[in-house]
Design a protein around this ligand. Structure first.
Ligand code: FVH
Length: 305
């Protein structure tokens, strides 16, 4: 008979994120077994009704659905290698941040032990879990995604990216690349105006609407990249963009500010111009960054264990 409270779930890892995942399941009425390397971290969840497993072996045996939210790829192996024989027939949803190849390695490792595997990448902070703003990307077994959906949807909007277990991680890290580069640009800008005494708070207020509006440029660049015509009319040329970057670098230096983030981009632009593409659109910078067409799904997985 189906448990009216919903599927039982084991949650491994009770850091900020693992605790948020377990709490959301408890609040939704699921039977939850938790385990953490440092047992004291399970106290709050026990008080809310979770079963705290005293050993990792007991934790993975408690429910057929096991969720891992540990620090990194190495900690997943450190935790599960000793008990994987007892996990045969279970399902592992791994929400630990890893690289794409590390996710693929875990999928292969799990399959070798008869464990169904789904990799996940959380696009949210712990307080967002269980709210409509949270998003979690998944890749790996479609069957696992479909079967676990009633649990997964408790946490966030769930998106399935494909059978290649590395895809969720790839999307996650690609988006984080955009985010961190943007933050570095913000910090550089704050340092520029900070050189004349403007506070970072004032700069944030001034910069947020402008930078938010500029994200509309993503679609324009994407259209050019996917069309492959960097010479089509209506684009800002690399030469113009280089001039703009040179102004920012020089202004930074004049103000005694380190121009490193913008100087790195300028260098890529200069390389494209040196190769004869100065009159073409600035989206051509993509050509300095993209991978060649070799298969990047297999490389270096062997070095991960
Ligand atoms: N917190 C966030 O905003 C981000 C959002 C995006 C996704 N990340 C990823 O989620 C994973 C867990 O993150 P977290 O925030 O829960 O991290 P911590 O609070 O630092 O907790 C880490 C847990 O991992 C356990 N742990 C660490 N090393 C080991 C090990 N060798 N063996 C077993 N467990 C280990 C640690 O246990 P303890 O230190 O309490 O004993 C915590 O339970 C992470 O991949 C983020 O990138 C969160």
């Amino acid at each position: 008979m189906t448990d009216p409270r919903g599927a039982g779930v084991t949650v491994l890892g009770l850091g900020a994120m693992g605790s948020a995942l377990a709490t959301t399941l408890l609040d939704a009425g699921h039977a939850v077994t938790v385990w953490n390397r440092t047992p004291a971290r399970a106290a709050d969840l026990s008080a809310r009704g979770a079963e705290a497993a005293s050993t990792i072996g007991a934790a993975v045996a408690a429910h057929p659905l096991i969720v891992a939210c540990l620090l990194d790829h190495a900690s997943v192996h450190e935790t599960l290698d000793p008990v994987v024989a007892g996990m045969r027939g279970s399902t592992l949803v791994n929400l630990t941040t890893t690289t794409p190849n590390a996710a693929r390695e875990l999928a292969t490792w799990a399959a070798g032990h008869g464990v169904r595997y789904l990799d996940g990448a959380i696009m949210a902070t712990p307080p967002m879990i269980g709210t409509p703003e949270a998003s979690i990307l998944y890749s790996g077994s479609r069957d696992v995604f479909d079967d676990a959906r009633p649990v997964l949807d408790r946490w966030a909007t769930s998106t399935y990216d494909g059978a290649d277990a590395g895809l969720a991680s790839l999307f996650d890290l690609a988006m984080l690349s955009g985010m961190y580069t943007m933050f570095a640009g913000f910090l550089h800008g704050a340092a520029m105006v900070g050189s004349v005494g403007v506070t970072a708070t004032e700069f944030a207020e001034r910069a947020t609407p402008f930078i938010s509006a500029m994200t509309a440029g993503f679609a324009h660049y994407a259209h050019v990249i996917d069309g492959g015509d960097y010479a089509a009319p209506g684009q800002q040329s690399l030469e113009f963009t280089e001039l703009s970057h040179s102004h920012i670098v020089r202004a930074s230096e004049e103000q005694g500010v380190n121009p490193a983030p913008i100087a790195a981009v300028r260098e890529l632009i200069s390389k494209q111009i040196a190769e004869g593409h100065g009159a073409e659109g600035s989206a051509r910078l993509y050509e300095s960054l993209r991978a060649d067409h070799t298969d990047h799904t297999q490389t270096s997985q062997e070095t991960l264990r």
